[in-house]
Design a protein around this ligand. Sequence first.
Ligand code: HH2
Length: 261
Amino acid sequence: MNPKLMGVVNVTPDSFSDGGLYLDAEAAVAHGRELLDQGAEILDVGGESTRPGAEEVSPEEELARVEPVVAGLAGTATVSIDTSKLAVAEAALDAGASIVNDVTALRRDPEIAALCAERGAGLVLMHMLGEPRTMQANPSYEDVVDDVEAFLSEGMEAAIAAGVAEERIWLDPGIGFGKTLEHNLELLRRLGELRELGRPLVVGTSRKSFLGKIDGSAVDDRLGGTIASSILAVAEGADVLRVHDVAEAAQAVKVASAILG
Ligand code: HH2
């Protein structure tokens, strides 16, 4: 049990838990460095919130937010760019990012696959039902785990068809993206079934609202829930944890690893 920690660096005014805190590029770079010191192996830089109801920002605006931050961190860290826009992904790779984290799994800009292929970049494909503006309006599935697995399998096939090497693809069930509390819990409980896809699994539960639905906690008071859900995800086979609170996640992973071996 040795998951990598992906530290979240949000350069947005409106992210659901840390919006506005690191909008200034210097503050965002300093925050990224701090997360590295705390044990992050990857820094996930994002310039557009994907919280439920969020409106899209223009590629120009998103790029202006993330480019200096990627450039400031890429020399010392493995950087993923959290975007679903081709122009942003391309500029971020130019600035030194080596992974594209696409929460639409190529549905918004399918050309991201060819870009990653050409650059030899990693690609994270995440499941989302619909789009952020509307995804929480009554999401429904036949069987949430089977449906997510089929979606990720198709996305992976599309990426491979566009030339992305299979070993550069990571998959993510998209906790909180078009899912009820029960859907999220079932995905976490049966996460091991997604191992059949044969690729590393990225899981992001950090501070998400499903945790608050369980215990009534506010967004800045969900560290315990984040840790519990993250460690259980690792026990079910998660390889990468996308978290805001890297120091605490690193400590939890160390203790869990010592116990489980
Ligand atoms: N969650 C968020 C954003 N990007 N990417 C992946 N691969 N997996 C996730 O679970 C995931 C993600 C949402 O978290 P955050 O970035 O903190 O919020 P916001 O989208 O409001 O910026």
